[in-house]
Ligand binder design. Structure first.
Ligand code: ADP
Ligand code: NI
Length: 216
């Protein structure tokens, strides 16, 4: 059952994401899946739950669906309901998906399982390092944001609504989210990978600002 289910899920997700923006497309899912497999093996997680959650975690991101945060979990639940997966695992996968998004950090601590920790770390690692930088500027371009504006400093958002509706320059996102991710890693193997990716982000921001001021 497992191999067929995973292959069918992959095909379903690819079809759902055919038109997706490049930062949240099938290749994001593929990278998160690869990383989640690696972390999950080390952490001895339930690999079927890990893999299904990684594959299904962004099928209907609220950012691209009018802010509807229930659409992703609901679609995942409807998809899983017509498979042979046991009810307990179906619920676990849907719970993981529902609690995954960063949303300014206002989603923290509401749900925990080892498999959640693994998939969350994998998803957040893909927001860091060289790939994280590429995704962030791609998203900024997709939303027609400026690269940087010295007059608009990074802020600490008061609540998740303020975080989601921000139109700040893309460089601010490094301070408002990306550079905070290292501290939020939940697994030991995630923490180790986050060190290197965090250093890449930090060096990039330093170089960007030095160039901006003509100092490098
Ligand atoms: P969140 O859970 O914060 O809504 P995602 O986990 O979907 O966001 O974000 C994935 C990636 O999309 C981010 O790491 C970043 O690369 C890009 N992204 C999301 N929001 C922004 C933003 N406001 N500015 C620039 N990039 C963004
Ligand atoms: Ni994701």
């Amino acid at each position: 059952m497992t191999e067929t289910l995973l292959a069918a899920t992959e095909a379903y997700v690819k079809a759902q994401l055919a038109e997706a923006e490049a930062g949240h497309d099938w290749w994001h899912i593929h990278r998160v899946h690869t990383l989640a497999c690696k972390l999950g093996e080390t952490e001895r997680a339930d690999m079927l739950v890990v893999q299904l959650s990684a594959l299904l975690h962004d099928i209907a991101d609220a950012k691209f669906h009018g802010g509807d945060e229930e659409l992703g979990p609901a679609r995942a639940a409807a998809y899983l309901a017509q498979t042979a997966l046991d009810a307990e695992r179906q619920k676990h996968v849907v719970d993981i998906i529902r609690h995954l998004s960063f949303k300014g950090g206002f989603n923290e601590g509401r749900f925990y399982s080892l498999e959640y920790a693994v998939v969350r770390d994998a998803d957040r690692l893909d927001a860091m390092g060289a790939i994280g930088i590429a995704r962030t500027f791609h998203y900024g371009g997709f939303r027609n944001r400026t690269l940087y504006d010295p007059a608009i400093p990074p802020v600490q958002y008061a609540d998740r609504e303020a975080y989601k509706s921000s139109t700040a320059p893309t460089l601010n996102h490094f301070h408002e989210k990306l550079l905070l991710l290292k501290e939020g890693m939940l697994t030991e193997s995630g923490k180790r990978l986050a060190e290197g990716r965090h250093a890449v982000l930090q060096a990039y921001v330093d170089q960007f600002l030095a160039e901006w001021h003509g100092e490098a």
